[in-house]
Design a protein around this ligand. Structure first.
Ligand SMILES: C[S@@+](CC[C@H](N)C(=O)[O-])C[C@H]1O[C@@H](n2cnc3c(N)ncnc32)[C@H](O)[C@@H]1O
Length: 713
């Protein structure tokens, strides 16, 4: 009976305090009362009533509790107050994320910063403090969570250095714990802690009045240490997305947007910039994708215009800096000072054991500290002044540099001679088209899991049921030769389309030949065609035909939409057909009527220089796959065949002819010792105007061999 009563009280207290913790109410009330006990203890109080009067205390509505609920909560607090200590709160700071029910956690991106990252961030705050000893600092985190980054920093820089610590957090339990932790670190001085429960975007907005929120309690910060929520844009509800868009569009930050693309970390960066004072320090965990997506271009633009970007840090053994996040993340360190010259940014790869203090020194100042720090690799790059190709993906600046150096060398010469340019500049977006998307490959492609190809007659093709004895005759007018998927063509460049799309016109079944109608019937009964029937309704069987008519996706050159970046099983990258065919959506099809130009392009997309570029800038989908969007291909450099002289053209073509005639090309790494690849790459190197083309190709091959031999990181 007692248990039921206390469960009921627990539920009411949590609910009135705005704490949703349906999965673990016991843990939530324990954490809540421990945090309240700690707050009372650290501020020299013991009675719950004192919390109503605490300045800067998260606005939890304890006033709405009944006498009975208050009594219950007070008893819970009383039983904990003597044990409330720094370490109990520190444990809660780590654990509270586990109390949040999974969907809400995902929506909030409540994946708190890992201790190693907190340590590096705290060291950076310490270096900043050392450089600004004269004044006390305002430290802030607009995406506070349980306050791990801020408490880590205050511990390191010492409470004497702190004028104020403030943060905003929508999950009330985390906010209360953060408040308790900050209060402890600031010696119980309530005047120096401000925690708001709520939405940072709503509270602070992005207006130009950069120093106050609506209540005028959160003032501009000298140091922001943060790890903003990286919730996928699609996971946010549409009203909230519209609201954020409105906030950005109506703000001075609108000018940074690239093609109106938004995501939450981008809006978060704008907000952080709004609260950071001039010359302030920003240290933030950010998803690595910020530095290669279109939406991320706005972040790069903001940083380049308004900040000195000191460092970007990756961790080699553990891709993410947030607990259970799973994404590759980086730590960014920058100060809000307009860069006059073009300062260098340090790209740091942390090894498995490193010294956070030295790592921070490497990042912020002392270049010589690198050797002893456990930092695995450092590169210094002027990101303010980058060739377009490298700007596309800043991850290229981490790790080994040999391959990047030789590729840069070759491209620089070629760019000068106007012999390479981006695909977008040379052929525009229309020069390439994605292949056909179909619902139900087991129906729309022939052969498939259920039907094999039989004899061909003048105007029709026989298809035979694999697990039955039916044979149907499909008129050729409904069949379009197509490449099915890149995985089928990994060791041959010149291929033959060995599949057909079933491209039926939008007419009644009665108007189609009997065998075709029977095949459609089979598709519906066997489920093979159900997805299309469900998605397209009437004339669903015409959706491939419609795309072929509307998009005209035909060509001779085909580029895959994803590759294994180790090229372990792949000897051919781009495929070529002598006659134009179409392809599935796993390919991008190059539209060009000129066979010779297509061959030169096919040679380029199979050249070592292009493959090296891909290794350097490809977007990593996972450890094993790199995804290539059309936008990526549009930005990548392409040989400018029109500017090649006659003899260069014929040298490239004849070197390529040798690759075309090869039936089974071994994986790329093995080709790097072959004479046919050497001949092709040398033909390009010479065509691009390199002084010593063969030596450049030897260096390129050596760098590629080293790269492919190692784990690709
Ligand atoms: C990745 S966690 C980082 C938490 C903490 N700063 C840390 O480093 O451990 C992101 C935090 O942002 C909070 N958050 C999500 N949306 C928010 C918003 N609109 N305003 C303020 N905080 C938000 C989440 O609840 C979560 O605590």
């Amino acid at each position: 009976m007692m248990k039921v009563a206390s469960a009921d009280l627990t539920e009411r207290i949590l609910s009135k305090s705005g704490i949703v913790a349906a999965v673990a109410p016991d843990r939530a009330i324990d954490a809540f009362s421990t945090a309240l006990a700690a707050i009372l203890r650290f501020s020299g109080q013991s009675n719950l009533d004192a919390l109503d009067r605490l300045q800067g205390f998260p606005a939890i509505n304890l006033g709405s509790l009944t006498a009975k609920e208050r009594g219950f909560l007070q008893a819970e607090i009383d039983s904990r107050i003597d044990r409330a200590s720094e370490s109990t709160i520190a444990q809660l700071q780590e654990r509270v994320q586990g109390v949040i029910e999974a969907r809400r956690r995902k929506r909030l991106a409540a994946y708190y910063t890992k201790p190693t990252a907190v340590a590096v961030m705290a060291e950076m705050a310490q270096l900043y403090r050392e450089a600004h000893v004269r004044r006390k600092l305002i430290v802030a985190d607009p995406f506070l969570g349980s306050g791990l980054t801020l408490t880590g920093a205050i511990k390191r820089i010492g409470e004497d250095s702190v004028a104020m610590a403030w943060g905003i957090e929508p999950y009330p339990l985390s906010a209360v714990i953060a408040y308790a932790a900050l209060l402890y670190q600031l010696g119980g001085d309530r005047r120096r802690v401000r925690v708001e429960i709520g939405d940072a975007f709503a509270s602070l907005g992005l207006g130009s009045d950069a120093t106050v929120n609506a209540e005028r309690t959160l003032i501009g910060a000298d140091v922001v240490l943060t790890n903003p929520p990286f919730t996928r844009w699609e996971l946010l509800d549409s009203d909230y997305r519209a609201y954020l868009r409105e906030v950005v569009v109506g703000s001075p930050y609108n000018r940074f947007l690239a093609r109106r693309q938004l995501n939450l970390q981008l809006v978060a960066m704008f907000l952080i910039d709004r609260v950071l004072k001039e010359s302030g320090l920003l240290v933030s965990v950010l998803p690595a994708s910020t530095f290669y997506t279109i939406a991320g271009e706005a972040v790069k633009r903001l940083l380049r215009e308004e900040y000195v970007i000191h460092a970007l840090i990756e961790s080699l053994p553990d891709a993410s800096f947030s607990t259970e996040s799973g994404f590759k993340e980086l730590i960014l360190a920058a100060t809000k000072v307009k860069p006059h010259r073009t300062p260098e940014t340090t790209f740091i790869s942390l090894g498995s054991s490193f010294d956070p203090s030295l790592a921070a020194r490497v990042a912020l100042a002392e270049r010589a500290a690198a050797v002893a720090s456990g930092v695995a690799c450092i590169n210094r790059v002027k990101v303010y002044d980058l060739p377009g190709i490298w700007d596309m993906n800043w991850l290229v600046f981490f790790g080994e540099t040999r391959l990047r150096r030789i590729v840069t060398e070759v491209l620089t010469v070629a760019e000068k001679g106007r012999l390479v340019d981006s695909w977008a500049n040379l052929f525009g977006s229309r020069g390439m088209i994605r292949g056909v998307e179909m619902y139900g490959p087991s129906f729309f492609l022939l052969p498939n899991d259920h039907w094999s190809l039989g004899d061909e007659e003048n105007d029709s093709l026989l298809v035979k049921e694999l697990h039955g004895d039916r044979s149907l005759r499909i008129p050729k007018e409904f069949l379009v030769a197509t490449l099915r998927k890149p995985g089928l063509y990994t060791d041959t460049i010149r291929v033959h389309a060995c599949h057909y799309f079933l491209a039926l016109p939008p007419v009644e079944l009665d108007d189609l030949p009997n065998d075709v109608a029977e095949y459609i019937d089979w598709g519906l009964n066997s489920n093979a065609a159900r997805p299309a029937a469900k998605a397209f309704g009437n004339y669903w069987y015409a959706h491939v035909h419609r795309q072929l008519q509307a998009k005209r996706p035909h060509g001779r050159l085909f580029l895959p939409d994803k590759v294994d970046p180790r090229f372990e099983h792949r000897g051919a990258f781009a495929n070529y057909t002598e006659e134009p065919v179409t392809a599935s959506k796993n390919f991008y099809i190059v539209r060009s009527d000129n066979r010779e130009d297509c061959r030169i392009l096919a040679a380029w997309f199979n050249s070592s220089l292009f493959l090296a570029l891909l290794l350097l800038v490809g977007r990593r989908l996972s450890e094993t796959w790199t995804r290539l969007l059309k936008d990526d291909y549009l930005k990548l450099p392409v040989i400018n065949a029109r500017n090649l002289g006659r003899s260069s053209r014929s040298r490239v073509l004849s070197a390529f002819e040798r690759l075309l005639t090869m039936r089974a090309l071994p994986p790329l790494k093995q080709q790097l010792t072959s004479d046919y690849r050497f001949a092709l790459d040398s033909a390009f190197a010479e065509a691009m105007g390199l002084q010593q083309p063969e030596s450049a190709v030897r260096r390129l091959h050596a760098a590629l061999r080293a790269r492919l031999g190692n784990r690709v990181t």
